[in-house]
Design a protein around this ligand. Structure first.
Ligand code: R5P
Length: 310
């Protein structure tokens, strides 16, 4: 097995490498003066089972292109099997036509990755599970439950807990987690009037005097979570926490979250944390390196991946 790290999330790649006790293979990604990306694998990969670790997070297009040219270099270097390990799959929110003459960019990006030469994809909590079907190669979409459940049990033991989905699209995820920790479920009926601005309309479920845990796949501008947290507090919640897999956190998101009534926002390291995220008083990070590392090990050994998801 060979592990190759792109530049998007070196820290996570090193943590996966430590988990697997396998060093990162030597590779180099450079730029020409016009910013074209050039990848070079600096050791033999002929006949190897190679895992390329790269989140297509900000700067999304650069990181995506790095992934594509690295896969191409591996394919031309005769790697036996190439798995694109994409902890955060950018472009996932463009998974359907939202109006006439608009793209389905998630499908386009999936095509690019398979055309480049990926034989498999390993990813985490896709925005919509159906995106797995956009890849015409085997795709493992890990769920976050094995990371969250021990944390929920440790942190909220004995609390009157309600799992809250901040929108209707996240109900399946919230319901599954609620069932595992024996918590109730609440749903926020969110209407988004225009892109990037969210508005809370209604809370379905009883949250008064209870500890509310918002769960979602992505926090981007933070608008969804902050509005939801405020709405829950207005309805008498005892305290509000949020667990979100991918901390995109663009624009003024960190400032918005630190000023919100949210007691804590827990994200994972699927996206590398910025300095602002690291110093924010109510943002914490959990690592998905053991989860991804174990999945990589099992793929390499042709063992079940679903067995680790519970
Ligand atoms: C939407 O369907 C997603 O699950 C997230 O709720 C959304 O992407 C969060 O965006 P923002 O933080 O900008 O409100």
């Amino acid at each position: 097995m060979k592990l190759i790290a792109g530049n998007s999330n070196r820290h996570l790649a090193e943590a996966i490498s430590a988990y697997l006790n396998t060093p990162l293979a030597k590779s180099s990604i450079r730029r020409f003066s016009d910013m074209e990306i050039f990848a070079e694998i600096l050791e033999n990969v002929r006949g190897e089972d190679v895992f390329v670790i790269q989140s297509t997070s900000y700067p999304t297009n650069d990181n995506l292109m790095e992934l594509l040219v690295t896969i191409d270099a591996l394919r031309r270097g005769s790697a036996r099997r190439i798995t694109a390990v994409i902890p955060y799959f950018g472009y996932a929110r463009q998974d359907r036509k939202t109006g006439p003459r608009t793209p389905i960019s998630a499908k386009l990006v999936a095509n690019l990755i398979t055309t480049a030469g990926a034989n498999r994809v390993l990813t985490l909590e896709l925005h919509a599970g159906q995106i797995q079907g956009f890849f015409d190669v085997p795709t493992d979409n890990l769920i976050i439950a094995p990371v969250y459940l021990p944390e929920f049990k440790r942190r909220f033991e004995g609390e009157d807990l309600v799992m809250v989905s901040p929108d209707v699209g996240g109900v399946v995820r919230a319901r599954a987690l609620a069932a595992k920790v024996n918590a109730d479920l609440a749903i926020i009926d969110k209407r988004r009037e225009k892109a990037g601005v969210s508005e809370v309309m209604n809370i379905i479920g009883d949250v008064k005097d209870r500890v509310c845990v918002l769960v979602d796949d992505i926090v981007d501008s933070g608008g969804t979570l902050c509005n939801a947290a405020q709405a829950l507090m207005d309805q008498g919640a005892k305290e509000v926490h949020a667990y979100v897999v991918h901390g995109v956190l663009s624009g003024g998101a960190v400032a918005r979250i630190t000023a919100s009534p949210m007691k804590s926002l827990v994200i994972t390291d699927s996206i590398a944390a910025t300095e602002a995220v690291r110093v924010a008083h109510n943002i914490e990070q959990l690592s998905v390196a053991p989860l991804l590392g174990e999945a990589i090990r099992r793929i390499a050994e042709d063992r079940s991946v679903s067995a680790i998801l519970g």
